[in-house]
Design a protein around this ligand. Structure first.
Ligand code: GRF
Length: 202
């Protein structure tokens, strides 16, 4: 059976993309396309080092949705991973890839998520609130922001002296393995969505 073709969207460093290149690419799925809204995203260099086709879009350009959809179709993409993509995906893409898009968010959804929670801001809010546990969530993407069915969550403890940067680093450390694991399960058709709940079949 041929490997599922995956597109990964990134805006920055792309350490999650790297985890997928190391743990998924060529084994469970084929990362065939990396898209970024940021021409300086280090994630683009990671993709090019693996000779993966990259596309930089200007999300303010009204034609950018068409460009994205064209690239997804042209590369026969089956699945999309949002791995640190700081833009909202166009509803046209969400509808065209229903239940085929996943996102990783650096908090325990439904806490510290939604439109105003991205990048270091998530961890600043976590720090200010004083919660003792935070973590990361991998979820399917629907029309809302961080609202789709949850696939996997991992928690980390926050020490009294941990500042937002330190919390961010601790969360990132648990993200890579859970994103790999989630994508592997999808590539192997081992996830079933039942309403808001996601079942893992063995
Ligand atoms: C991660 O914390 C991810 O949860 C969030 O953006 C960050 C991306 O980090 N959506 P990287 O670019 O994968 O290193």
């Amino acid at each position: 059976m041929s490997l599922k073709k995956i597109a990964v969207f990134v805006s920055g460093g792309g350490s999650n993309l790297q985890a997928l290149l190391d743990g998924i690419h060529g084994k469970y799925g084929e990362i065939a396309l990396v898209i970024s809204n940021n021409p300086h995203a280090y994630g683009l260099l990671r993709a090019r080092a693996h000779h993966i086709y990259t596309l930089v879009i200007n999300s303010k350009d009204p034609g950018s949705d068409d460009e994205v959809i064209h690239a997804l179709l042209e590369n026969n993409i089956d699945l999309i991973v949002l791995a640190g993509y700081l833009k909202i995906l166009s509803p046209r893409v969400v509808q065209a890839y229903k239940n085929k898009i996943i996102n990783i968010h650096p908090s325990l959804i439904p806490a510290f998520c939604g439109n105003e929670y991205y990048g270091i801001k998530v961890h600043e809010k976590v720090y200010e609130y004083g919660v003792k546990i935070t973590g990361a969530t991998v979820h399917f993407v629907d029309e809302g922001t961080d609202t789709g069915p949850i696939i996997m969550q991992r928690a980390i403890s926050i020490g009294y002296d941990d500042d937002p940067k330190c919390i961010q680093q601790k969360v990132l450390e648990v993200e890579h393995a859970m994103l790999q694991e989630s994508l592997r399960l999808i590539c192997q058709d081992k996830l079933i969505i039942e309403g808001r709940r996601v079942k893992i079949i063995s």
